[in-house]
Design a protein around this ligand. Sequence first.
Ligand code: CMX
Ligand code: CO
Length: 150
Amino acid sequence: MLTRIDHIGIACFDLDATVEFYRATYGFEVHHTEVNEEQGVREAMLRINGTDDGGASYLQLLQPIRDDSPVGKWLAKNGEGVHHVAFGTDDVDAESQAIGEKGVRVLYDRPRRGSMGSRITFLHPKDCHGVLTEIVTAAAPQAPGDPSGH
Ligand code: CMX
Ligand code: CO
């Protein structure tokens, strides 16, 4: 089951300036930043609220690190704006398989690594009424004092 909106992905040309806009305008603070080489992005996660399944909702601000990456190509064509919507689930493998069986193209054979140790896959926007859709399972919360995360 898809249980929440995990994040909205927003493509931008200048990550630092966009982070500053969200801070100055709404008071949203950066929860996490990382570079995801595989996805070709530098990103900042702004935490909007926590949820009762241990996940949270975020804005994911994305700046491409390569022009030929998905976000780089999209920005060149459309300019800045909403790039994708991500739904949260506790089982991205089962969800993406079930959605694929309904005839929607799932872009990855197996989920890949997303922000903050999450596991992610994408559904083709042409099969989703024009919306690039991500399915994400958040990393298990780390127990306090347990550096292994288990
Ligand atoms: N939303 C809606 N439509 C999109 C889109 C998006 N984000 N990205 C591409 N499209 C549309 C294009 O407009 C184009 O439509 P037309 O044929 O009508 O012009 C069509 O899809 C094909 O687009 P393209 O520019 O030729 O790009 P590709 O086919 O090479 O790639 C896609 C499209 C979806 C397969 C690719 O963007 C992808 O693999 N995305 C998943 C990975 C990703 O987005 N990573 C960045 C975020 C990482 C994260 O969230 O952590
Ligand atoms: Co995303």
